[in-house]
Design a protein around this ligand. Structure first.
Ligand SMILES: [Fe+2]
Length: 379
């Protein structure tokens, strides 16, 4: 559990803030509700709640605390003067106070002249004059709290309190939707990853291929400075990148001789088949570009779309390098594995034609460490 100490700041002189009337409030609530109706919305679910709360209440600090299954409250989002609290777990005394406030199931308003521990921690310490805490409840369960504060005094009427309650309810919908979505994604992923593993396990030449490609690719993405959410997406795309091979004849997959033109065409189809297998599952749509485009070439000579340079999604450019390296250093029915130095020099040779040179350079940086990890895991 994390705790923080703060030195109280001198608050600025209080001015009063006029809040909007009922109609703009209602419109804004509808906007949040609509944003939660999309499976693949334009922004993460909490963002609409935070954006609207900020604009309606002219807040200097906004946070959404989520009660995790462990019972702890974690700042899942925090902005403005509260931004440094993001991802922190609420400490003991504050957590007990929050539970007590949440059990009352009503919006609590704090002013600077009140002397209660919550106001001291989150209001005065941040130099604020006004604060509001709306418990987030879903089906009689406490799932979190919406916290707002303001450097100025805010004159709140009954309709504003009601709007805060609605915003908290919408945040609750976002929390529950997120959990359901995560559970579903997890379920779909495990079914499909099991299918991939089953496919790879049938062929001793490809066993463990997707897991190794995922390990290389995630490390390349990290080396390139990609954000964690993209790294996670890249990891999952790699586990599924060759799922379309499930529909390619086994004799083509395991053929010792060179593939004929027709067989090559059938083999190349695996990227489109993979995409069509995953497309019906909306939750997996972010993974489609990596699956479809991992055989594009940087100079535009690849397939299926002949995309060029940065037209190729970054995850596909990364998978292409990791996939090629693993294929070169693994046994194939038609050849022995290449020594790693030779495979690395092949990557260098094709940097700028088949592969993105930045990705190849990043691969060379991460390879020794990932190789050690994979050896340790015996993959
Ligand atoms: Fe592939």
């Amino acid at each position: 559990m994390q705790t923080k100490t703060r030195s109280p700041k001198q608050p600025p002189p209080a001015r009063s803030v006029d809040l909007p009337g009922a109609l703009p409030m209602l419109r804004s609530l509808n906007e949040v509700a609509r944003s939660l109706c999309y499976i693949e919305g334009p922004e993460p679910p909490f963002e609409a709640v935070v954006r609207v709360a900020q604009s309606l209440f002219n807040s200097d600090g906004i946070a959404i605390l989520v009660r995790e299954p462990s019972g702890e409250h974690v700042f899942r989002t925090a902005q403005g003067v509260l931004s440094e609290w993001r991802d922190y777990t609420l400490s003991g005394a504050c957590s007990d106070l929050l539970k007590a406030l949440s059990d009352r199931d009503q919006v609590a308003l704090f002013k600077r002249n009140q002397r209660n521990p919550w106001a001291r921690e989150f209001l005065f310490a941040a130099g604020m004059h006004w604060g509001a805490l709306a418990p987030i409840r879903v089906r009689d369960q406490n799932v979190g709290a919406l916290l707002l504060n303001n450097a100025n005094a805010v004159h709140v009427r009954a309709e504003h309190v009601e709007v805060l309650e609605h915003l908290a309810t919408l945040a609750g919908v976002a929390i529950v939707e997120g959990r359901v979505r995560y559970g579903l994604e997890d379920l779909f992923m495990s079914v499909i990853v099991s299918l991939t593993m089953a496919l790879e396990a049938k062929d001793p030449y490809t066993e463990g291929h997707s897991v190794r490609v995922a390990a290389y690719s995630e490390a390349i993405g990290k080396q390139l400075g990609l954000p964690p959410v993209l790294l996670d997406m890249i990891h999952r795309s790699c586990l599924l990148h060759d799922i379309g091979k499930i529909a390619v004849d086994e004799h083509i997959l395991t053929k010792k001789e060179r593939l004929s033109a027709i067989e090559r065409e059938k083999m190349d189809m695996h990227v489109l088949i993979g995409e069509s297998i995953l497309r019906p599952i909306a939750l997996l749509h972010p993974l489609l570009p990596g699956v479809r485009h991992h055989h594009e070439h940087y100079d535009g000579t690849g397939h299926p779309d002949g995309l060029k340079g940065e037209e190729i999604p970054i995850e596909a450019r990364i998978i292409a390098v990791a996939d090629a390296f693993d294929a070169m250093t693994s046994s194939r029915p038609y050849r022995e594995p290449l020594p790693e130095e030779q495979a690395l020099s092949e990557l260098r040779r094709a940097a700028g034609t088949q592969f993105d040179p930045r990705v190849v350079a990043a691969f060379e940086q991460i390879y020794p460490a990932v190789k050690r990890t994979l050896e340790h895991m015996r993959i």
